[in-house]
Design a protein around this ligand. Structure first.
Ligand code: HEM
Length: 472
């Protein structure tokens, strides 16, 4: 006996109504999809290297990573594909923004809030940093807004930056003294690099933890550096499978080695910060003035409301995150400056003569800066020539963005390719050469230049763009 299909059970009219209903739903789905895909056809995605099936340009990138020259490859593609291009790297697709005008259109103005999020980094942000690192969390969260505010008030505003000047002057002088007088380490690459690390970390830990790092063999140097590197490496596509296949997060903890390792690292780093909090607490209780009394940690200890952090633990951990963000980039800038001075001795000589004329026979200090515009040009050129974050930190789009006939889809990772923008021949003649004179007459501070209306006149993009621009 033939059994009736459940769908066709009942009277003819019910059957017809069911069929019509299904047809109607199918019609709706088909028209929606059609409109969507036709719309998509009308606004194409940006061009980009084709690469291999499935893995795209991943092999090209991996071979450049071996020699740390990936920024040169991304620059070559910028010259080939123009303002925006798309690179398929297997599981991840990156969109690179390669001109000043495109950067403004995509990261600022009406698209500022659309481009203010970060990709999801399960290992780096969620486990290693417990979602407490302003650099890695989403721009629409209250924690991000609060941590940005604290960065500005504690270090980034003009008064707080001014309060940090004595630390910077002390640490940089100490570094210069070492480099010029210590014959054992003089002109030895690794020793100089270690000195650069010490002085930049120490300038920041003094302001944030209220504790300095007095010697180049201090264990704190390696600790902070390793912690920062682990966080950044974990954000790179391919470092952890779970970031490419997030469904793996559904596994029980016993089957998630990344979760165990990440939690362990977070606990270790938090403990490191809490030990320093305790050290400062003990020192502040002792009689007499203390150089750490003006630090962020001292303010955190004194404030019943924890400077707005949920707990004092979060505030203490934040001091480490800010030390890393601020010092690692400053180290690269110092190193690039040394490279420029060695490669361009004429520039070095000219700068020295200008400084000597301005300050005479004494060490220049921060308050001399405004009187020596050539040094401002020299700094701007250092950040143009060697932007420390050469390929930008990825932003994630929360909606489609259209620019100049191309569409970058919602969910895309967008990178500000500062290396390529700062080598755009339309912006800078002879971009590979270190020429501070190209900034002659530009007396703007970094912030003034960023806020000036004409993006083609912006000095450089070393500090990023849009809502996630460096607050330091
Ligand atoms: C030479 C020095 C520095 C350079 C080149 C630099 C560069 C950058 C860049 C490129 C970003 C990412 C921007 C983006 O996503 O578009 C960034 C983010 C950040 N920087 Fe800096 N930075 C420097 C110094 C500092 C200092 C001194 C501080 C703090 C006192 C600081 C704190 C931060 C923070 C907290 C973020 C995360 C912002 C966010 O994601 O919302 N940086 N920096």
């Amino acid at each position: 006996m033939e059994l009736p299909h459940p769908l066709f059970e009942g009277s003819i009219s019910v059957r017809v109504a069911s069929l019509l209903g299904i047809a109607f739903i199918l019609y709706l789905i088909a028209t929606t999809l059609y409109k969507r895909f036709r719309g998509r056809d009308e606004v194409p995605l940006p061009p980009g290297p084709t690469g291999y099936p499935l893995i795209g340009s991943l092999p090209d990138l991996l071979s450049r990573l071996k020699t740390s020259t990936q920024h040169l490859l991304f620059n070559e593609w910028a010259r080939q594909y123009g303002e925006i291009y798309k690179v398929n790297l297997g599981f991840v697709t990156q969109y690179m923004v390669n001109t000043d005008v495109a950067a403004k259109a995509i990261f600022e103005g009406k698209n500022a809030s659309i481009s203010a999020n970060r990709p999801r980094w399960i290992v780096s942000s969620e486990y290693i940093c417990h979602d407490w690192n302003v650099l890695l969390i989403n721009g629409d969260t209250p924690r991000w807004k609060h941590q940005r505010r604290v960065t500005t008030t504690q270090v980034g505003s003009v008064p707080s930056a001014d309060a940090g000047v004595p630390h910077l002057e002390y640490e940089s002088l100490k570094f210069l003294y070492e480099v010029t007088t210590n014959t054992a380490t003089q002109l030895e690459n690794r020793a100089i690099w270690r000195g650069v690390m010490r002085y930049t970390y120490s300038a920041l830990t003094s302001q944030l933890f209220g504790l300095d790092i007095p010697t180049n063999d201090s264990q704190a140097i390696g600790y902070i550096h390793e912690t920062g590197a682990a966080q950044i490496v974990a954000t790179l596509p391919g470092s952890y499978l779970v970031d490419l296949v997030p469904v793996l997060e559904l596994l029980p903890t016993a089957l998630k080695p990344w979760a165990r390792a990440g939690n362990k690292r977070f606990a270790r780093d938090l403990q490191w910060c809490l030990e320093r909090k305790q050290r400062l607490e003990i020192r502040l209780k002792a009689e007499g003035s203390d150089p750490g009394a003006e630090s962020m940690m001292a303010k955190l200890l004194a404030d019943e409301k924890n400077l707005g952090f949920e707990t004092k633990e979060e505030g203490a951990y934040f001091c480490l995150m800010l030390t890393i963000g601020a010092a690692d980039t400053s180290q690269i800038s110092t190193w690039s400056f040394i490279e420029a001075m060695l490669r361009y001795p004429d520039v070095q000589r000219k700068a020295q003569v200008i400084i000597d004329e301005a300050v005479g026979d004494r060490v220049p200090v921060w308050s001399d800066y405004k009187r020596i515009p050539y040094i401002r040009s020299l700094l701007k050129e250092t950040w143009r020539w060697r932007p420390p974050v050469a390929l930008g930190h990825p932003h994630l789009l929360t909606a489609d963005v259209e620019y100049n006939g191309h569409r970058i889809p919602a969910g895309a990772r967008v990178h500000l390719n500062s290396w390529a923008i700062q080598r755009d021949p339309a912006r800078h003649a002879d971009p590979e050469s270190f020429i501070p004179e190209r900034y002659e007459g530009d007396l703007t501070t970094v912030a003034q230049s960023i806020n000036s209306g004409d993006v083609t006149k912006r000095d450089h993009f070393a500090f990023g763009a849009g809502r996630r621009i460096c607050p330091g």
